[in-house]
Design a protein around this ligand. Sequence first.
Ligand code: PAF
Length: 280
Amino acid sequence: MRVVRSVAAMQRIALGWRGKGRVGLVPTMGFLHEGHLQLVRAARRQSRFVVVSIFVNPIQFGPKEDFRRYPRDFARDRRLLASAGADVIFYPSVEEMYPAGFATFVDVERLGDGLCGKSRPGHFRGVATVVAKLFNIVLPEIAVFGAKDAQQAFVIRRMARDLCFHTRIVIMPTAREKDGLAMSSRNVYLTPEQRAEAPVLHRSLLLARRLIVQGERRAARVKAAMRRMVRRESGGRIDYVEMVDTDELRPVKTIKGEVLVALAVHFGKTRLIDNTIVRA
Ligand code: PAF
């Protein structure tokens, strides 16, 4: 397994792989957990060459967000990726990805405005920009993302389609702890009390699913029940509880067909997200 730090070297390797087999990319910000490793294994199953990028992307963090304190442990990530079977870790510096004079951004309109985009303005522009760069650097036939960041996956899928990237977007199910909490690098920020309360996000999604399966079609009713549960069973502060269609991510009033049920809850300074797709 090689660690590649420059864009030029990564592009040279990717060009050398042309015609020799499928290239799979798993974009990450490092501090890997089992959820990331499942994405790497999925890429491994479907590709001849697997690249995992590790880059804490400053332009997707707001000025008051956790860019500086975002957890990092490259030595541990490297060990995990060697045993998961990655061929290359692409690990560029901020200056390598955004040299002086950098001025071009990718903005996927509408899809990034609601849900997490409301409280994190500019976040998805930062994500789409860095992922577009990674696609041009690594030239992957497939790129693997986790369903926990559903809005991110939808934004990237639309970007790949709109800009005619030849990369197929693969979305893998959310990896969960035994108590249902979605795996996330940010879970390390939680105090023991917050960690004990955090699975309420998942429980509220199960409640939403149950209500819909039982026939409830009023989104407002389902969202109110979820909010009540989060407030009753935790000290978390709700950022949003929302139900949107899975095409344009627009809020729905009446549940019909496929909907994405999503929520974000703050536990102290830590903001957790989770979601599920339900078919009515
Ligand atoms: O999901 C992440 O870790 C990041 O948003 C991504 C896709 C690697 C872009 O920086």
